[in-house]
Design a protein around this ligand. Structure first.
Ligand code: NAD
Length: 246
């Protein structure tokens, strides 16, 4: 929602794709209040057909696609000894396959119309081992980082830039249920020692979507208060014992 809102404030016409109509309508209402333009498309992004329909609807509604933000994700808990085939398949399909298959249909549209910017929202969990045990999510987010680099190389000559943001331990919908203690632990891990939010990610995404970043492609940008610069030792040493597992 924060990315859609900031992009709309900056003049983008937005197709909001979500499986949850209520969530999509909240985003649309926010954009409407700002005087922005948006439409919603309800689908399960885990299916190739859903991905194709999103691209088709966007081009029908707005003529082309300049920017694609791949941000949909669900969490996928468990170490390798705890995972189930069902959760593995679902998380990989929703978090990773969707990015590939929406891009599959969006890239030809961008190429035809002179280029575009694809922004993949990964996670610091895709860069290094975190303290939460979430193998399917980690694999999906790591896959996004690898795919970003390959896609940037494959589609550079079509003037399509592909970049990746790795949000840190910020506070957003996904972490709404965390206890106050866990939120303080997360905040204290990063060098800046402050709590980030979805707007911090949106500002980075806006830069990567804009002409200001016209010579930037294939990068992985952690937006994490310095967490990845500090390394994972702090995670292991400071938090494992204190974390409140739910
Ligand atoms: N919140 C954090 O702390 C954090 C940290 C690192 C990375 N991220 C990443 O940032 C992105 C956004 O996170 P968020 O906290 O805003 O999440 P969120 O849950 O608010 O947003 C995800 C949206 O995806 C939708 N969705 C889920 N399954 C879907 C499906 N099959 N088809 C279509 N839509 C579906 C949900 O309904 C939801 O509206 C995610 O990619 C997440 O991995 C978040």
């Amino acid at each position: 929602m924060a990315i859609a809102k900031l992009f709309a404030e900056n003049g983008a016409k937005i197709l909001i794709a979500d499986i949850d109509e209520k969530a999509a309508l909240i985003t649309q209402k926010t954009i409407n209040k700002l005087g922005g333009e948006s439409s919603i498309f309800i689908t399960d992004i885990a299916n190739e057909k859903g991905c194709r329909d999103i691209v088709e609807t966007t081009t029908n509604n707005y003529g082309t696609i300049d920017i694609l933000v791949n941000s949909v994700a669900i969490s996928g808990r468990g170490s390798v000894t705890e995972i189930t085939g069902q959760s593995w398949d679902r998380v990989i399909d929703v978090d990773l396959k969707s990015m590939a298959f929406i891009s599959k249909y969006a890239v030809p549209v961008m190429e035809k119309d002179g280029g575009g910017s694809i922004i993949n929202i990964s996670s610091v969990d895709g860069m290094r081992a975190g303290f939460t045990k979430n193998i399917p999510y980690t694999v999906a987010k790591g896959g996004m980082i690898a795919a970003t680099r390959a896609m940037a190389v494959h589609h550079g000559r079509q003037n399509i830039r592909v970049n990746c943001i790795a949000p840190g331990l910020l506070h957003a919908t996904m972490t709404d249920g965390y206890s106050k203690k866990n939120r303080v632990l997360r905040k204290n891990l990063a060098p800046l020692g402050t709590e980030g939010n979805a707007e911090d990610i949106a500002k980075a995404a806006l830069f990567l979507a804009s002409e200001e970043s016209r010579w930037i492609t294939g990068v992985l940008l952690p937006v994490d208060a310095g967490l990845m610069a500090a390394g994972p030792q702090s995670l292991l040493n400071n938090v494992m014992d204190d974390w409140e597992w739910s």
